[in-house]
Structure formats: C-alpha cells, structure tokens
Design a protein around this ligand. Structure first.
Ligand SMILES: Nc1ncnc2c1ncn2[C@@H]1O[C@H](COP(=O)(O)OP(=O)(O)OP(=O)(O)O)[C@@H](O)[C@H]1O
Ligand SMILES: [Mg+2]
Length: 279
C-alpha cells in the first residue's frame, strides 16, 4: 500500500502517484491506483488520457487497474463518513488478491478517506514544494535561528495514522518526504529549506530524499497521460524527445531507487517467493 499525500495543494501528489504506479507495472508488478480526489480527479483523468493516447498512437502503454473513490458524494453525512472509511477499507480489500500493490492518490486537504488511507499505508510519500510556506504543513521554524519550534498540521495527521497502525499491531508507514519543483539554481531559500527538512526528518521520523526539478515536461505529460518512464521515441510521446525528457527520466529513476519500492513491494524477492506469499 503506497499512499501519496500532503495537506497542501499542488505539491505534485498526482504526478508522483502516476510515476510510481507506472514504474511498478514496468517492473512486472500488478499495480492498481485509487484516486481519493473525487472532485478534481487528476489521477483518474491522467489515466483516461493515457488510455486514449495509447489507442491513438497504437502503443501498448501500461494502464493500472483504477478506481476513483467518491466518499464525499456518496457519504456526505457524519454517519456517512464512518461508512466511507469502511467502504474504502473494503474496496482496498477487494483489490488485494488481484494486485501486488496499490497506489492511492489523495486530495490536498483533510478528510475521512484521506485519513483512512494514511492508516493503510506501508509506504507514505509526501511531495513538497520548495518553500517554508509548504514546509509549514510539517513543522514551524524560528525566523532567525531556523530551529524547529512546532509540529505542523499534516505531521499531526501522519502521527495519528502511524499511532493507529501501531495500536493495531502493524508496522508504522515508512514515510518519505521529497522535494518537488526544485529550481535549477542555487539560492538561500533552497539551502534553508534543505536544512529545515533535515531537522524535521529527525524530529518526525521521515526519510528525506531529493525529488524532482521544475521541468515543463511534467506539465506536458497530462493531456497524453504520459510519464518520464515511457519510451522516449517520437511515436510514443508524440513529439521529438528532448534532453529535458532524458534528464527527467534519470531523476525519476533516482527517486524510485531512493523510495526503495523493492523493499516495500517485495519486488526483490524471487518470483516463486512472491507467488507463495500471494497464495
Ligand atoms: N517537477 C515538476 N515540474 C513542473 N511542473 C510540475 C512538477 N510536478 C508537478 N508539476 C505540475 O504542477 C501541477 C500540480 O501537480 P499535481 O497535480 O501533481 O499536484 P497535486 O499535489 O496532485 O495537486 P492537488 O493538490 O491539486 O491534487 C501540475 O500542473 C503538474 O503538471
Ligand atoms: Mg492531485
């Protein structure tokens, strides 16, 4: 169970969720995706666009099994929220026998199913834009010394979910925070956010990894449902591949290595061992 989340909009959750899901399929795993952002549906739209693009260019692009979970619409009352949590847990349960791994994309705000997803996560990935405004969701800092002064609202959500897992006798999620949309040039802000994340990493117990640079190619992918991991030929991407595609592919591969998907998904286990576990 891989959950991509942050209580902050536009940090790259759907982009990262899509890349992780496609990476897992390309590594030979059966991956499903669940979109909990039933209003915006960015991940669902990306997958629909990928299906349409694959048909148009006659390429066999990997498509995850996909569910868009509509907790807000189907369970609007307070009692309904409890039902929505249960229905989400049941939905995941029904996906389990068919898929090796499930990637859940969440909305950038608090809510029942979003919290429930945190409690289900084996691996929690939090993309973060490169500023102290974004860092505030995780922790607050002294304006002069930049020492950590408090816990952010999203860090509290993660803490609560990890507590729920421990209470249920399960391992808490392996939590990874990655920086997204990094500028290519050095700046004081960039260095200070780096230092802030290092300090928070120790205090909150997450692994902090280098993420993705700001690159226009990530924005261009949406309409065709593409990722930086797809074949870099003109027919597949519908344009001449550029250096930007190549560099994006390299940094996504580096990110995937840092995520240790192999450890989380049992991908490194021999095939017969995985089959035995699945049985
Ligand atoms: N590294 C990047 N470089 C350039 N653009 C990026 C990068 N990562 C994401 N984007 C763009 O930023 C926008 C927001 O990204 P995305 O939809 O993945 O964020 P999100 O956290 O899922 O947002 P929301 O909270 O609204 O669901 C999109 O237009 C996406 O293409
Ligand atoms: Mg999103």
């Amino acid at each position: 169970m891989i959950v991509v989340a942050n209580e902050k909009g536009g940090s790259g959750k759907s982009t990262v969720a899509m890349h992780v899901a496609i990476a897992l399929i390309k590594r030979g795993l059966r991956a499903a995706t669940v979109d909990l952002d039933s209003r915006q549906r960015s991940l669902s739209r990306t997958i629909e666009n990928r299906q349409a693009w694959a048909g148009r260019v006659g390429r066999n692009l990997e498509i995850p099994g996909h569910i868009c979970f509509d907790g807000q619409i189907d369970y609007p009352s307070a009692a309904g929220h409890v039902t929505a949590d249960q229905v989400l847990a049941d939905t995941i349960e029904t996906l389990m026998p068919t898929y090796d791994c499930i990637v859940i994309d969440t909305p950038g705000h608090d809510g029942g199913p979003m919290r429930q997803a945190h409690a289900l996560a084996d691996l929690l990935i939090t993309p973060l834009n490169d500023s102290f405004v974004n860092l505030d969701a995780l922790g607050s800092f002294d304006a002069e010394t930049l020492g950590v002064t408090g816990l952010g609202h999203y860090a509290a959500t993660v803490d609560e979910a990890r507590g729920r897992r421990i209470a249920a006798g399960r391992q808490p999620a392996d939590w990874i925070v990655l920086r997204n949309r990094l500028s290519m040039t050095a700046s004081r802000n960039k260095r200070q956010v780096d230092a802030g994340l290092r300090a928070l990493s120790a205090a909150l117990g997450f692994r902090y990894v280098e993420g993705l640079a700001e690159r226009v190619v990530y924005r261009e992918f949406f309409l065709r449902g593409l990722t930086a991991l797809d074949d870099l030929d003109e027919a597949t991407i519908g344009a001449r591949p550029t250096m930007s595609h190549v560099t994006a592919r390299q940094e996504v591969e580096q990110l995937l290595a840092a995520l240790n998907l192999e450890g989380t998904t049992g991908l490194s286990a021999p095939a017969e061992e995985r089959a035995r576990d699945a049985a």
